[in-house]
Design a protein around this ligand. Sequence first.
Ligand code: ADP
Ligand code: ZN
Ligand code: ZN
Length: 762
Amino acid sequence: MPYRFADIILPVAVSGRFTYIIPDNLRGSIIPGARVLVQLGNRKLYSGIAAKLHNEDPGLKNIRPIMELSDKVQVVNDKQLKFWHWMSDYYMCSEGEVMNAALPSILLPEGVTSSPVIDRYKPREERFIELARHFSDEELNEILDKLKKAPKQEQALSAYLHLTDFNSNSEIKPVRLSLLIKESSASPAVIDALTRKGILSSVSLRVTRLDEHGTEREPLSKLSENQQIAYKSIQNKFTSNEVVLLHGVTSSGKTEIYIHLIEEQLKLGKQVLYMLPEIALTTQIIRRLQKHFGKVTGVYHSRFNEQEKVEIWEKVADDNPGTGYRLILGVRSSLFLPFSNLGLVIVDEEHDGSYKQHDPAPRYHGRDSAIMLAAIHGAKTILGSASPSIESYHNALIGKYGLETVMERFGKINLPAMIIANTREAYRKKQMVSHFTPELLHAVDDALGHNEQVILFQNRRGFSPYIECPECGWIPVCVQCAVNLTYHKGINKLVCHYCGYSTPVLSKCSSCGSTGLATRGFGTEKIEDEIKIVFPAAVTGRMDQDTTRNKNSFDKIIKAFEEHRIDILIGTQMISKGLDFENLTVVGILNADNMMNYPDFRAHERSFQLMEQVSGRAGRRKKLGKVVIQTSDPSNKIIRLVLRHDYEGLYKLQAEERKVFSYPPFCRMIRITVKHKERASLNHYAGLLGDDLKKAFGKRVLGPEFPVISQVQLWFIKTLLIKIEKERPLARAKEMILESIARLEKEKGAGALKIAVDVDPY
Ligand code: ADP
Ligand code: ZN
Ligand code: ZN
C-alpha cells in the first residue's frame, strides 16, 4: 500500500524533519530522496527533500499536504541521506543546514512564494550534424559522385566522413556543427542543403560546460621498492583496519601510492574520492590523475558556478563508466556529491586546518566526515601526511587506525638542509636588508645564479598588518570589528581581513593629527616589493588571497612558476602545501615567530606542520634543497624539531602537554559562541548560559570569555568551551547542551542573540 506520510528535510535551521501528508495524486509516485514543494508557516513555500515515507500518523491537528513533486527520481540517494543525518547529529545542527551545504543551490530554490518551482538548471545544448541514416559504401559513393556538381556540399560531406572516421559498419556519429563548418569551410547554408536532400540531419545534443580532456592514458609509474612495500602493506592493513594513516615525508611519493590504490578500485568498478584541503592544490594533482585515468576524473570545489556544479553532480550520479565520473578530486564539500559506490576515500594533507568548516553550520571536519562517509559505503579511508595531526597519529598508535610510514624521499633525495637565521642578531649587527637576513639573501642569490627558483613564505597577506602613529601610538581599527586594519599598498587602502571593510589610507593621525603614519610588520605584498629592490633582475610572483580571486588564477600562477616564467614566488600558506616544482631549490620562511605565538592550543603543532610542509617544496628532484628559517628565537623547541624533521619528537611533546592540560585527543571539546550587538546584554546572557551549563558540567565549562577578536561586524562575541572526557557519553552531553541553549532562548530578549555550537572546534 502506498505511504501516506512523508518526513521532509527543509532548508531551515530548525532541528528535525517536517511531516506532511502525501496527497492522493502523488501516492505511489513519490520516492525518498525526491524534491518536493511544501508550505511552511503562513505563506512561504519551500523546496525540500522527502527523506522518509511512512504510515505513522503524527497526530498533528493541521498537517499539510505536499503541494508538488518536483522529480520522479532520487536527487539524493539513501547513502547521502544517512550521511546528512549523521552530520546533523554529530555536529549539532539541523539536517536542513546540512542540505544547504550539500545541494547546489539551484537544485534547491529557496524561500519561493509561488508555485510552480521551475528548475533553474538549464542543460547546455548545441547543434550537431550526423548522417541522416545508415548508408552502404556504394550508396555513399553514389552520393559523392552526384555532389560533384555542388563541390561545396561534396567538401562538407567529405569533411564529415573524415571527422567521424566513417565506416559503413559503425554507428552514426554526430559532429558539432561549429567544428564541421570550421573543417570544411562550408557555410551553414551548404549544410542545410545537404540536410534538405536527406543526406545529413541536424540534432540538438546536451553538451558539457566542464572541460573535456583527451582520452589517451599513460601507464602508471612503477613504484620504487619502498613505495611498493608501503603499497602492499596498506592493502594488507585494509583487511583489518577501515582507516590507514600514511605518514610519508614530503616527496616520498604518497601521491604515486594513492594512484596505484585508485587504479585498483576503479578496476573493481568502485568510485574513489580524493580530498585535498585547498583548491590551489587541485591544479597539479588533477593533471597527474587525468594523465592516467582520463575522463572518468572530475574536480569539485566552490569556484565552479552553480550550473557547473549541477553537471558535476549529475556526472557523479551517472553509473555509466563511459559518461559518468568515477574519480573525484575535491575539497571538503565534495563529500556531499551523490556517490553510490565508493571503494576508497583519500584524505591528503589530513592534518590541514582548512578541512574544518567554521562558519556557517554544518561546522564539520572534512577528514572526520570522510571517514564516516567511507563507513556508510563500506569503503576504506587513507589519511596521508608528512606531519600527521596529533589526533590521527594518536589513533594510529592506539591501533584504531593502521599506520604506514615512508621515511625516504623518492629517488633517495635528502630532505632539504635547514638553516636558521637569527633576525634579532642580524638587526643588532645592522646586517638586515629590509626584512631579509644575510643567510636568506645569500641563498636566494646563489639559487638565482644557478638559474633555480625560490619560494618565500609569509603567512600574512597585504603590505603591513597595521599602521601606527609614531607620535601617539594610535592604530586604525575596523569600524565593525575589534581588528587592526591591514594596509594594502596596491589598492592604497586599509582593509579589514574579517569583514572586508575598507577605507582609503589616511594622511593624518585621527587622534593627534600628526602626519607621517608608519607601516608596521610585513605581509606578502611588502615582501614582493622589497625583494624586487634587492634582486631587480628576477621576475617575482605572488600567490595569496588577493591575487587569486578569479577562477583560473591559481592555475595561471602555478603554471607560470612551473614554466619558470617566475623566479621568486612569494605567498601565504597556499604555496606551502603539496605543490611539486622541479626547479625549486630554496625556500625562505620570513617570520617563524608570529605563527608560534598564536593563542591556540594547536599553534605549535600548526607551526611545525607549516614549516615542514613548506620546506618539503624545496629540492624535490636532483639537487639538495635549502630552507632558511628567519626567527628571533633560534632556541625555540619547535624550531629545533623542524631542524631535525623530528615528527616523533613533536608528537611526544604535544601529547604530553595535551594530556596534562586536557586537550584533544585526550578529551572532546564543544564550543558555544554567543553574539549580541550590545556588550552589556551579551555579558548578561552569556553569563546566564555559563551558569546553567555549569550546573550540569561543573568545571568542565570554561568561560564565557571574549575571544581574541571580540567583535566582528558589529556583533560582540563571547565563547564558552566545554571539555568532555573521552569516557563520558557524548550524545548525552550534547543533549544537555541543547537543553541549556533552549532554556536561554526562552529568556526575555534572547531573540537578539546569535548562538552557534561547534563540535571539535579545531
Ligand atoms: P608526496 O605526495 O609524498 O609529496 P609525490 O608523489 O608528489 O610525493 O612524489 C614526489 C615527486 O617524485 C613527484 O614529482 C613524483 O612524480 C615523483 N615520483 C614519486 N614516486 C615516483 C615513481 N615511483 N616513479 C616516478 N616518479 C615518482
Ligand atoms: Zn571588520
Ligand atoms: Zn597620533
